[in-house]
Structures are given as structure tokens and as C-alpha cells.
Write a protein that binds this ligand. Structure first.
Ligand SMILES: C[S@@+](CC[C@H](N)C(=O)[O-])C[C@H]1O[C@@H](n2cnc3c(N)ncnc32)[C@H](O)[C@@H]1O
Length: 384
């Protein structure tokens, strides 16, 4: 793994090998499995492991059930009209009754829906939070491109330098000159980022209110959703968004509608080759660093450091690898997502700290976020 210590190629054995080999023999042995299933104290572990393994096998199917619910707007329908019978749902979704029943039963089993009295169905505990959350729905929809690339995951791992449906969706990842991307190249990903950014903005602004800052530079700030939220939270704050020219173009109208156009501005450019504008005492990088490999991240962090005065702050917010309780999100989900995108990796807090410190930042602190699965935040101070 990129952030693990380099493997010592000369070391081929370790004192603990025999113990691990014994454990592997036990867990792979059918006799041991039968014994564990039959022995009450071990049975719950065996059952839990079997269920976890089954979920790994079936995960794609569950994702597709969620996709159907989003596509036919089943959750919205139940939120608007309240619990419905199968017949009513079949009619409204234009599905044959047996198909509607199959979908509803699957969604109930996945807790997206719930059975209600009088043989009706309502929102389940996992379906209810999806309602009205266009960011989540758009995220679900765009996975179609990822799943196309994952049809042959071995080929994806062997693919030398990207190219695929998800790489087309995120053209800056593979572009030699990202600054030259045009409006039609960035429209799809930029809208997805704009609808999903409120979720991230909320987490970051809760973790770090910006009242003590004068000027924020949001690098890779997209269409300015975070800029608007920050400006609304901190009435003294001026905000500048730096992003590719064809992306920041899309921010002006948003600033005007949010009533923050007086304090918010944009600058278009390529953060890998252009200097970042100076004058800010706070820079933010939201969901930006994980898109790039180390060499580019070091270039970006150096540009951020040059743009800040000594003592200026950097907020780095994104989902991080090795997040406690969400380990699969970092190394499994983002590991393969970013592989399909063609560039980047989810990094652990420890690895990001190292990179920040090597780039002239000191006092790196992790700020508490309410939903670390979705966003973790590091706050760093520009050193001498
Ligand atoms: C994953 S999006 C995140 C957008 C936003 N910060 C958010 O959280 O919604 C990454 C952003 O970085 C921008 N970006 C990528 N490469 C860039 C580059 N070389 N120069 C400037 N912006 C770049 C993209 O246009 C995009 O808006």
C-alpha cells in the first residue's frame, strides 16, 4: 500500500508466521467450520462472518436495488403520498404487480422501505434520509459509470494508464492540460459536485466556524457551493473560489442568488501550473487532494503554502483511509473508485499529516466531524 512502510524484500519469514499459519489452517478447514457452527459460543461468530461474506458477494445487487428506487423515485413517492399498498405502487411506478412486489420486498429487506399496517409500505430507516437529498441520488446515479468499469476488475487493475467510463466523467484526472477543458467537458461532474457539496460544507463548517478569518480561498471549490455556505455563516468573510476556468464560470449566478456576490469572487486557473491568488488567511481543499497522486499533491500543497502568510491556515477535508469504523470506505471503495477514475487515492490522516509537514505546514490537527465516513478534516498552520 502506498502509505505503508516499504516492504523489506529480504525478509521472508517472521516469528509470528507459525501462529498465523495455524489460524489460516483452522479457518480454511471444513471440520473446524462445522465444529464452530455446532458449538454455541462460537456459532454467533461463524454466523456473523458468513453474513459478512454474503454481503460482500451480494453488494452489487443491493446497490442496484437502491438504483431502481432512485430511478423510479419510489422513496420520493412514499414521502409525498404516505404509505401505499402494493397495487397503488405498481400502478404509479408503471410496473406489473409481481415486479412491484419483488422490488418492494427487496427494498424492505434492505431497510429502504418498511411494511406498515393495512398491508401498506412506507419509508424505511435507510430510505427516509435519501428523500429530498438530491446529492445522494445523483451520487447513486453516477455509479453506473463506475460499475461499467468494474465489470472486469482484473482488467481494471492491469490497465496501464486509465481510460474508461469514469475517467470520461472526470476529465481533469487524465487531462494533460486541465485548464483547457471546456464547458461541456466539466458540466456533468461539476453539477454532481454542486448538488453533493452541501453535505460536505455542513460538516466542515460545523467542525470549523470561520468567524476569525478575513479571507478564504477555496481551491478546487467548484461552482461555489461551499463558498456561499461559508459566506453566509461568517458575515465578515470574503471568499474567492479557484478552479478550472470552465468550472468557476458557473459560480457567478450562484453567488448572486445567495446574496453574497459582493463578498465572493472567482479565479480560473490550473492549480498544478498557475500561482494561486494571495491575500487569504485561510485556504480550503475540499474533496480535492484524494483526486491526485503524490507528486501532484506536493505541487498543490506547495502552491497553497506560497499563497498563505506564516500562521495562515489550511483546511483539508475529504473522506480519509483508515477511518475508524469506515475502513472499507477508504481503501476498498475509494481505492477502486479512484483506480477507475485513473488517478488519486484515499489517504490516511497519518499520510496526509506527513505530506502537510513536508510541504511547510506545522501543527496539523484533526477536527471532529459528525460524520467521518463522509468527511474528515485536518487543520494545518503555515509554518515559517
Ligand atoms: C472532486 S471535485 C470537488 C469540488 C468541491 N471542492 C466539492 O467538494 O464539491 C474537485 C475539483 O477540483 C477541480 N480541479 C481539478 N483539477 C484542477 C486543476 N488542475 N486546477 C484547478 N482546479 C482543478 C475540479 O474542477 C473540481 O471542481
Amino acid at each position: 500500500m502506498h502509505h505503508a512502510r516499504p516492504l523489506d524484500a529480504s525478509a521472508t519469514t517472521h516469528w509470528s508466521d507459525a501462529a498465523w499459519a495455524l489460524r489460516d489452517r483452522l479457518l480454511t478447514s471444513p471440520q473446524f467450520r462445522r465444529w464452530a457452527e455446532g458449538f454455541a459460543p462460537a456459532r454467533w461468530v461463524a454466523r456473523r462472518r458468513a453474513a459478512q461474506l454474503f454481503d460482500l458477494l451480494a453488494g452489487f445487487v443491493y446497490s442496484q436495488v437502491l438504483l431502481v428506487c432512485v430511478r423510479v423515485r419510489l422513496l420520493e413517492l412514499l414521502a409525498e403520498q404516505g404509505p401505499q399498498s402494493l397495487q397503488a405502487l405498481a400502478q404509479q411506478l408503471a410496473l406489473p404487480l409481481p415486479a412491484a412486489e419483488r422490488l418492494v420486498r427487496a427494498a424492505v429487506a434492505l431497510r429502504l422501505l418498511e411494511a406498515r399496517p393495512l398491508r401498506r409500505y412506507g419509508l424505511g430507516v435507510l430510505g427516509a434520509p435519501m428523500v429530498g437529498n438530491s446529492g445522494l441520488a445523483a451520487m447513486v446515479e453516477h455509479h453506473e459509470a463506475l460499475y461499467r468499469d468494474l465489470t472486469d476488475p482484473v482488467a481494471l487493475l492491469r490497465r496501464p494508464d486509465g481510460g474508461g467510463a469514469l475517467a470520461d466523467f472526470w476529465p481533469y484526472a487524465g487531462a494533460v492540460e486541465p485548464g483547457a477543458l471546456e464547458a461541456q467537458d466539466v458540466a456533468a461532474y461539476s453539477s454532481l459536485m454542486a448538488v453533493s457539496q452541501p453535505l460536505v460544507a455542513e460538516q466542515v463548517l460545523q467542525a470549523y466556524p470561520m468567524r476569525q478569518h478575513r479571507r478564504l480561498l477555496d481551491v478546487g471549490g467548484g461552482e461555489g457551493v461551499f463558498a456561499c455556505a461559508a459566506a453566509r455563516q461568517a458575515p465578515q468573510l470574503e471568499v474567492q473560489v479557484f478552479d478550472l476556468p470552465s468550472v468557476v464560470e458557473r459560480a457567478h449566478e450562484r453567488f448572486r442568488r445567495a446574496g453574497v456576490a459582493q463578498r465572493c469572487s472567482v479565479q480560473g486557473g490550473d492549480f498544478l501550473s498557475d500561482e494561486l491568488p494571495g491575500g487569504a488567511d485561510l485556504v480550503s481543499l475540499l474533496r480535492v487532494v484524494h483526486d491526485h497522486d503524490d507528486e501532484r499533491v506536493f505541487r498543490l500543497l506547495a502552491a497553497v503554502r506560497r499563497a498563505l502568510p506564516v500562521g495562515g491556515r489550511l483546511l483539508l477535508a475529504e473522506p480519509m483511509a483508515e477511518t475508524s469504523g469506515a475502513e472499507a470506505m477508504g481503501d476498498a471503495y475509494f481505492g477502486f473508485y479512484l483506480l477507475a477514475m485513473g488517478r488519486g487515492q484515499a489517504r490516511s490522516e497519518a499520510r496526509l499529516r506527513e505530506m502537510l509537514q513536508a510541504s511547510g505546514f506545522a501543527q496539523v490537527r484533526r477536527l471532529k466531524t459528525r460524520m467521518p465516513l463522509q468527511t474528515s478534516v485536518l487543520l494545518a498552520t503555515a509554518g515559517e
